[in-house]
Design a protein around this ligand. Sequence first.
Ligand code: NAD
Length: 357
Amino acid sequence: MTQNILILKGDGIGPEIVDEAVRVIRVVDQKYNLGTRLSEALIGGAAYDAHGNPLPGETMTQAMAADAILLGAVGGPKWNHVDAAQRPEKGLLGIRAGLGLFANFRPAILSPQLADASSLKHELVSGLDILIVRELTGGIYFGEPRGIRTLKSGEREGFNTYRYSESEIRRIAHVAFQAARKRNGRLCSVDKSNVLEVTVLWREVVEQVATEYPDVELSHMLVDNAAMQLVRAPKQFDVLLTGNLFGDILSDVAAMLTGSIGMLPSASLDINNKGLYEPVHGSAPDIAGQGIANPLATIMSVAMMYRYTFNREDVASSIEGAVSRVLDKGMRTADIANDTASVSTKEMGNAVIAELG
Ligand code: NAD
């Protein structure tokens, strides 16, 4: 079976880090005889410069045809003056919505070798391994009506609408229960059911779905407490299930527990496990073009691609194992170097490839 992967390098450090990840894809393709077919298209600022549109029709057509998509990052100060509708970030939101990528997976794993990079005490984070499953195409970011209007008094008012239908809650809950089943069997659903009706329904539907997963232990937590617990005792969590807004915030908190944003991968999946894989970080314009960006988040996004879209746990673990051994050997890009000598983006890619053997 052919594995069609679309490569979207994007802007800033995007091309540099994606180049290393593509080399990893080519190596595992050879080693495991995967039948990989790569194609490439433009997104974000690069697409705006070439076509006046951050998500050209041709890119969307290629994305629909692909089995999986690997994305670098989009955006940068160069496009700050551009009309809001044509900003690079719109390309990313457009592709997520256009492909129905409703399930966002953000693991926060602290590599033991990097425990000192965390802002929390070693004992609180050492061995940390959390997965946040965030609903990505609904909730208050998409709810209508929305806008800024002028009231009769002449004062302006901003308004958004927070909605979730039962079916939207049910499908993300199934994804989270299935993920928990493959891990340590514990799922904590985050809501604000003491104040928001939307999340009263959220809690009710999650309880219903739970009856189909008797092997998974379900708990509920209010979002304010979840934020506190994430920095107080993060290791109590296995899988966290959240709506779009709460997940946006909590996943950034979880990211910082691990110390380096350059280490964190993510996946956004549709109902058939087709996925868009990308590092959590942005286009890092401050270091773009210098060849010093950390490619490991992108390389580990490739591992997630083999795990979730292609169902190849063996390939995923071999990539993650290679990254871990490279860290064991002391290889560090500048962002995780902590005053020790650092290697370039390409040297880090070379080291991972050498370990993949
Ligand atoms: P950022 O994640 O790009 O950078 C934050 C800091 O982390 C910077 O100091 C940067 O140098 C560093 N950093 C990030 N990735 C790194 C890596 N791989 N290796 C080493 N250091 C790394 O966030 P920002 O500065 O707030 O945003 C810059 C641009 O990226 C903006 O235009 C923003 O809209 C965009 N952005 C895009 C995405 C995406 O494409 N998914 C996500 C976030 C931000």
